[in-house]
Design a protein around this ligand. Structure first.
Ligand SMILES: C[S@@+](CC[C@H](N)C(=O)[O-])C[C@H]1O[C@@H](n2cnc3c(N)ncnc32)[C@H](O)[C@@H]1O
Length: 212
């Protein structure tokens, strides 16, 4: 039994929702992790699982995977998933870029969500931002044909940097009728979205589709 704050989690509950890469003898795909061929949706930096939980409940016919680098956040996510029984969700504890590179099968991800990536606001820390050309190359490799990438942020300059990267990459096409949007219909809010909306911050959304 593991305790995170007041949340007790049994080993069985953790085993049900935590994918341990070392235990896999093949790369991650719907088939290898969910024993079916349903579309696989990946959330990068799923935090406490707010979005993952709501989205997976609304789309039970889709397989969801959440990655986060924080053990505490993954355990909080698992606690929520276990409480409502979520057979279409798995989580992975780890760094998303290396996991994508080393653990996911090519063309295995139908949709990838990036909700409120850490903006590293200080210029000297910009190098730590996740979304760069090499990450986009990886994403392109792992998305299925016509796979989708959705990103959301309250940080205008980082958001515009991501948008610029995608707009200048002819392997992707914009999936919205505008460059970006400040509203996304039928998009479950993450914890950060709820928090920043309450503060009155503007939220930016983009959606791009792999061009093949
Ligand atoms: C600003 S929080 C947003 C959390 C959640 N997506 C939301 O919108 O409420 C960023 C999250 O990304 C995770 N994270 C940051 N860098 C990561 C990386 N390289 N790989 C996996 N997770 C990462 C952090 O631990 C944190 O949970």
């Amino acid at each position: 039994m593991i305790k995170i704050k007041s949340y007790p989690l049994s080993d069985d509950q953790i085993n049900d929702y935590l994918l341990r890469i070392g235990d896999l003898n093949t790369r991650i795909s719907s088939e290898s992790c969910f024993n079916n061929n349903r579309p696989l949706h990946l959330e990068i930096g799923c935090g406490n699982g707010h979005f993952l939980l709501a989205r997976s409940q609304n789309y039970p016919q889709i397989n969801f995977m959440g990655i986060d680098i924080s053990r505490k956040r993954i355990l909080k996510t698992i606690y929520k998933l276990a409480k409502i029984n979520s057979p279409n969700v798995q989580t992975i504890l780890g760094e998303s870029k290396s996991l994508l590179e080393q653990a996911f099968a090519d063309k295995s991800i139908d949709t990838c969500y990036l909700n409120f990536p850490d903006p590293w606001p200080k210029r000297k820390h910009h190098k730590n931002r996740l979304m760069k050309k090499d990450f986009l190359d990886l994403l392109h490799e792992k998305l299925t044909a016509n796979g989708r990438f959705l990103a959301v942020s309250d940080h205008e300059s980082y958001f515009l940097e991501i948008l610029d990267l995608l707009e200048n990459d002819n392997r992707f096409v914009n999936g919205l009728s505008t460059r970006y949007s400040n509203e996304f219909e039928a998009y479950e809010p993450s914890l950060f979205e709820e928090k920043w909306r309450q503060e009155g911050r503007e939220i930016y959304y983009l959606k791009f589709i792999k061009n093949e």
